[in-house]
Design a binder for this molecule. Structure first.
Ligand SMILES: [Fe+2]
Length: 300
């Protein structure tokens, strides 16, 4: 079994690239804004290769002010890989089953007072409840509230790097069971999943320390869909997961995005957790559309 001693925390020492666009880091550690790229014009292979390198290096990418209709969002997402058709089909948007619209705006155009998915308010990684966990998530902000509704990201390479030696030893070789029904229904009181939706999403276990398949770096892989730990009493595993999820978030390894309308964010679920911040769903409107690209099954 490989040691979980992780590699040095590397982003700042990565070699500089000759990017074919302007790129501006959003924090000293993670996140970068790419400037001067109009995604609706399409992205050729050379440009996408550079975007993908930036995605691997910075973990979170921001594309400011894009006029990006749903078909173009799906087209851009397909450059990353196969796009997930989400099991929660009540959210499918505009006839595109690849898109998942989260909105509190009613048919009358007014806020309906309900969060569309309260689970997004808790740190998580998209698709960790599937055998093929999420790779990129690509979100377009259609309607942005005046306050709240931010998206925050924390660096899971850094989260592992900062764990104590005792914690690193404890979690070596351990696997967590991720379960959408647990996080969605039981923890957050959402409307219950249907039997068919549950059948499509049986619990799945993944290593707590995973190796990113492309960067080769080790990171912590937990979040709110993680329910318990294989081989441990349920309550003890729950306590570990809660503690590790809290230990993973460091202010200096976090990027907090305050949205402007029509921005696009892309992030790598294999090495960041994210959450939305609250807003008042009774007075403020928020509509985002998202798609998630299928990644691989975490090795080891
Ligand atoms: Fe999410």
């Amino acid at each position: 079994m490989p040691s979980i001693t992780d590699s040095a925390h590397e982003n700042q020492s990565a070699p500089s690239m000759d990017w074919p666009f302007d790129i501006r880091p959003l924090t000293p550690n993670l996140g970068a804004q790419i400037l001067g790229v109009d995604l609706a014009q399409g992205v050729d292979d050379a440009l996408f290769a550079a975007i993908y390198q930036a995605f691997l290096r910075y973990q979170v990418l921001l594309f400011g002010k894009q006029d990006l209709p749903p078909a173009k969002q799906v087209e851009f997402a397909r450059h990353f890989g196969e796009v997930q058709i989400h099991v929660m089909n009540q959210y499918h948007a505009d006839g595109y089953p690849e898109l998942y619209r989260l909105s509190n705006v009613g048919a009358d155009g007014r806020p309906n007072g309900r969060y569309p998915d309260k689970g997004t308010l808790v740190w998580h990684t998209d698709g960790s409840w599937r055998p093929l966990t999420g790779q990129a998530t690509i979100i377009y902000g259609e309607i942005i509230p005046e306050s709240g509704g931010e998206t925050h990201f924390c660096d899971m390479y850094g989260a592992l790097h900062r764990l104590s030696p005792q914690w690193k030893q404890r979690i070596e070789g351990k696997r967590a069971v991720h379960n959408l029904d647990f996080s969605r229904t039981r923890r957050h009181g959402e409307e219950p999943m249907t039997e068919a939706q549950k059948r499509d999403t049986p619990p799945v276990d993944h290593p707590i320390v995973r190796t990113h398949p492309e960067t080769g770096r080790k990171c912590l892989f937990l979040g709110d869909h993680a329910e318990h730990i294989l081989g441990m009493p349920y309550d003890e595993g729950r306590a570990w997961i809660d503690e590790l999820n809290a230990l993973a978030v460091h202010p200096d390894l976090t990027y907090e995005h305050r949205w402007q309308p029509n921005e696009l964010l892309v992030w790598d679920n294999r090495c960041v957790m994210h959450r939305a911040t609250p807003y008042d769903p009774a007075t403020q409107c928020r509509t985002i559309r998202r798609c998630t690209v299928l990644g691989g099954t975490p090795p080891n």
